[in-house]
Write a protein that binds this ligand. Structure first.
Ligand code: DQA
Length: 143
């Protein structure tokens, strides 16, 4: 089964959105990096982005049957969503939380995550590299 890489709100704007924080790579660039990294490990990916909380919940539920692991950048919903927390709690495959920036070093409202406690691990602050590191971690957890 593929690794599902799920991206939350506003990440479709990467490349032009606050590049000093999030870098100049677009989400398509990150997807290409992920496909290459996964391919090198003999793994496939499904890569998705949505601005809608309920759609993320649907995708996490679908991952119960369809994914070998999940890499999730919940974006702002990580700081707000009990629904994401609950959906992840019901997921048995490995889940890795990824953030491009380092939320702990930013505004106080970014310091709490509803998803961290229901993820196997979290990678923050390394930009797009975090997704590649997440794939390596997922590969290890699946094996
Ligand atoms: C983010 C960090 C979040 O605080 C923010 O709301 C985002 C992106 C990151 O990847 O650094 O939208 O998840």
């Amino acid at each position: 089964k593929p690794i599902h890489i799920l991206n939350g709100p506003n990440l479709n704007l990467l490349g032009t959105r606050e590049p000093e924080i999030y870098g100049r790579e677009t989400l398509a660039d990150i997807e290409a990096r992920c496909a290459e990294a996964a391919g090198g490990l003999g793994l496939e990916i499904v890569f998705r982005q949505t601005n809608h909380e309920g759609e993320l919940v649907d995708w996490i539920q679908a991952a119960r049957e369809e994914a070998s692991a999940v890499i999730l950048n919940p974006a702002a919903y990580g700081h707000t969503s009990v629904a994401l927390h609950d959906a992840l709690k019901a997921l048995e495959v490995p889940v890795i939380e990824v953030h491009l920036s380092q939320p702990a070093a930013r505004e106080p409202f970014r310091h709490h995550s509803y998803v961290t406690a229901v993820c196997d691990g979290a990678i923050s602050g390394f930009g797009a590299l975090g997704y590649v590191l997440g794939i390596k971690a997922a590969a290890d957890l699946i094996a």
